[in-house]
Design a protein. Structure first.
Length: 477
């Protein structure tokens, strides 16, 4: 906390920096305050004073500053303030006679820290397209929308940690660099210090013994396998960090670098897993609604009409649960025309998932018991031999938000599944050890942070809910 000291009637009074969020509250009227932030607009009144709209990121709304012509730098500086200039304002918070605000600040001094030439500062217009703002990743946090997204994203992260900490989970940290492909989809970024212009070879194969890690290494696609190690020792754990996928999909729901939270629980079967995931999602959405009510009103008004009601609905609804096989029957009998045909044994496409959650059930849907052939090796095989204990949670607009499963805890079945998917058991010896020594039924899931923020805010493109989106062809800044 910073303090400014100034003399008043011979006494030194400490003036605390006040946030714009606080200065806007009627309870702050009558207090002296120091505010620091960036100018959004300036309007000069004929009466010889100016109105400045100040924002410091602590709230969607600005606080109005009244700058009288008597201020010593009024003509030389204040009358030249434009959008983007940074200032420190000292003054008194007063009740405001104006509509739409409870308070305003009568400035006793305004110090300008930095100018923002209106000829070149790009954020002059009130509204810019999100495509344009993506080219200005360094400035877009100064806009209403991206400020609100950042606050909601923060509220989601706080809620994630609070939920798991209250439930007695341990936060653990799997490695970012790994040699194993958890999802088996071959969508990993390679990590190497080899000179790409002169790759060492033995015959036609790359000689990885000369590489930094002595073997092919990658950025992790998921911390699940390592989370299983800790769950099989400590009970209930979760990871929360960046994950990487080199899938070349230019969609509004995919990133090459995204954040995932992955709880993993010993002695949990699939139903326990579904119960936890449902409770977890509801908690996140109700926390966002209460922690970010102004931001959520903004999203409701400007970004997606009805998003607040949707979140309230999800927080209070019971998710629909049905097996994959029944979902296929519903889709086949729907009469809807899909671009991709629906066939048992094929992965559901986004259009199918959205049909189920948006049109058919009109609420979140948990699909479970997927065909074994389309799911990774670690999922527990059901007694029917054809399906595995997988579960995906689908929500309107976004589609899949959670993917998880009960894990295969039987050594023989797991070994068979690995052979089926041509995985080298030697590379996973430690994973198999977890089944050799004190194996337990266990389950977990992964929730994509950006998909949650997308759903909560109604933002159409996932690139606009992460500060610096990494997508094919873009890693600039
Ligand atoms: O369904 P996925 O691939 O599951 C796993 O990685 C498991 N190992 C999780 C586990 O059981 N511990 O991914 C989980 C979630 C998805 O449901 C989605 O929300 C998100 O991660 N996700 C992505 N988000 C943004 N961009 C991408 N490319 C994503 N891929 C997955
Ligand atoms: Mg998935």
């Amino acid at each position: 906390m910073e303090y400014a000291k100034f003399a008043m009637g011979g006494n030194i009074i400490a003036m605390q920096t006040m946030t714009v969020a606080r200065a806007r509250q009627s309870a702050s009227a009558g207090q002296s305050a120091r505010l620091q932030g960036w100018i959004r607009t300036r309007r000069d009144s004929k009466g010889g004073f100016s109105f400045l709209e100040l924002n410091d990121g602590t709230s969607l709304d600005n606080v109005q500053i009244i700058a009288d012509a008597q201020l010593p730098n009024y003509e030389s500086e204040i009358k030249h303030l434009t959008a983007g200039c940074s200032v420190t304002v000292e003054g008194d918070v007063k009740e405001s006679p104006a509509k739409g605000q409870e308070t305003e600040v009568q400035a006793s001094s305004i110090v300008v820290h930095g100018w923002a030439d209106p000829e070149t500062y790009p954020l002059q217009k009130k509204r810019h397209s999100f495509e344009f703002l993506r080219t200005l990743a360094h400035l877009r946090p100064r806009t209403n929308t991206f400020g609100a997204v950042a606050r909601v994203r923060n509220a989601v992260c706080r809620s994630i940690h609070q939920f798991f900490q209250e439930e007695g989970f341990l936060y653990i940290h799997p490695p970012i660099i790994t040699a194993s492909d958890c999802e088996g989809a071959g969508e990993m970024f390679k990590v190497t210090t080899l000179d790409l212009a002169r790759v060492p070879k033995t015959g036609s194969a790359v000689d990885f013994t000369q590489d930094f890690f002595d073997r092919p290494s990658y950025l992790t696609v998921s911390g699940q396998l390592e989370a299983e190690i800790f769950a099989c020792a400590l009970g209930k754990v979760y990871t929360f960090g960046p994950t990487f996928r080199a899938e070349n999909s230019n969609t509004s729901r995919h990133l090459a670098e995204f954040w995932m939270v992955e709880p993993e629980m010993a002695f949990f079967e699939l139903n326990d897993n579904m119960d936890l995931a449902e409770r977890f999602l509801k908690r996140i959405f109700s926390d966002v609604l209460s922690a970010c009510s102004d931001d959520m009103q903004f999203f409701d008004k400007r970004i997606e009409k009805g998003v607040v009601a949707t979140l309230e609905g999800v927080a209070n609804s019971q998710f629909e649960r049905l097996p994959y096989t029944e979902a296929v029957d519903i889709l086949k009998g729907s009469g809807a025309s899909f671009e991709y045909p629906v066939e048992w044994g094929h992965d559901l496409q986004a259009e199918h998932e959205r049909y189920l959650t948006e049109q058919h059930f009109k609420k979140p849907v948990i699909l479970f018991d997927y065909p074994r052939s389309i799911k990774p090796f670690y999922m527990r095989v059901n007694d029917d031999g054809r399906t595995v204990r997988a579960m995906d949670i689908l929500v309107p607009k976004v589609g899949e938000i959670v993917g998880g499963s009960q894990r295969e805890e039987r050594l023989d079945v797991l070994s068979e599944r690995m052979a089926e998917q041509q995985l080298d058991p030697d590379a996973y010896w430690w994973y198999l050890d977890l089944r050799r020594y004190g194996t337990v039924p266990h389950s977990g899931f992964g929730l994509g942070l950006e998909r949650v923020v997308q759903f909560a805010t109604g933002m159409a493109n996932i690139r606009d809910v992460i500060p610096f989106p990494r997508v094919p062809g873009n890693a600039d800044f």
